[in-house]
Design a protein around this ligand. Structure first.
Ligand code: FE
Length: 208
């Protein structure tokens, strides 16, 4: 394991996407953030979307066999990423955070670069993620601007939360890259303190 530097993997270029789907029984919209999305075939036109195995949106995609993608632009708010990326659709109506519309039963963001709807044609269980191989049903450019990359997202999260307190110590959330900069020393925060960005506990922070 010592031969693996995770920072090397962060140099693989990824985008950020909101994946949409719905509950089979109720039709209620669900969704999450995905970074591992790519086109894998042109004819037929197919994309691969890798989602965490244990999340609620994945469960719904498995049941209904379809999903949508909204391609996020550079100026996407941290709130939207936090809502879709770090909460569960099981108990949150995430789509309330932004204007959206539906194509059939699939929810899509109004403010994004492009929207794609797909049918799932195959599922590959690869460990803690499932790769959904999807056939593209519809694809549309919404507005021409630059897409947000995962690397830029990580960089902007650091910038937004870093205020140089001068201690030299930086406690950084390993989930969302939020950098703690409060007046109370990090070690003295209560045990139930949570990352203000992704809501994960103190144990997810690392001293850097
Ligand atoms: Fe966080």
């Amino acid at each position: 394991m010592t031969d693996i530097d995770e920072n090397a993997l962060f140099n693989i270029t990824l985008g950020l996407y909101v994946v949409g789907s719905y509950e089979k029984k109720t039709g209620r919209e669900v969704g999450c953030i995905a970074d591992a999305v790519m086109q894998v075939s042109a004819n037929p036109m197919r994309i691969a979307v890798s989602l965490e195995s244990n999340i609620y949106t994945t469960k719904c995609v498995k049941e209904v066999g379809e999903l949508s993608l909204s391609v996020l632009p550079k100026n996407t708010s941290a709130e939207l990423i936090s809502e879709f990326g770090f909460k569960s659709s099981e108990n949150t109506d995430k789509w309330n955070i932004a204007p959206f519309y539906k194509d059939g039963k699939l929810p899509l963001l109004k403010d994004c670069i492009a929207v794609i709807t797909c049918n799932v044609v195959d599922e590959i269980d690869i460990g803690d993620h499932i790769i959904f191989v999807c056939e593209v049903k519809t694809a549309k450019v919404v507005k021409g601007c630059e897409p947000l990359t995962y690397a830029e997202y990580r960089k902007s999260m650091r910038k937004a939360s870093s205020k140089e307190k001068g201690s030299g110590k930086r406690w950084v959330c390993t989930v969302c890259c939020y950098e703690y900069d409060g007046d109370i020393p990090f070690e003295e925060l209560p045990d139930d303190w949570k990352c203000p960005c992704c809501q994960m506990g103190k144990e997810y922070f690392q001293l850097q």
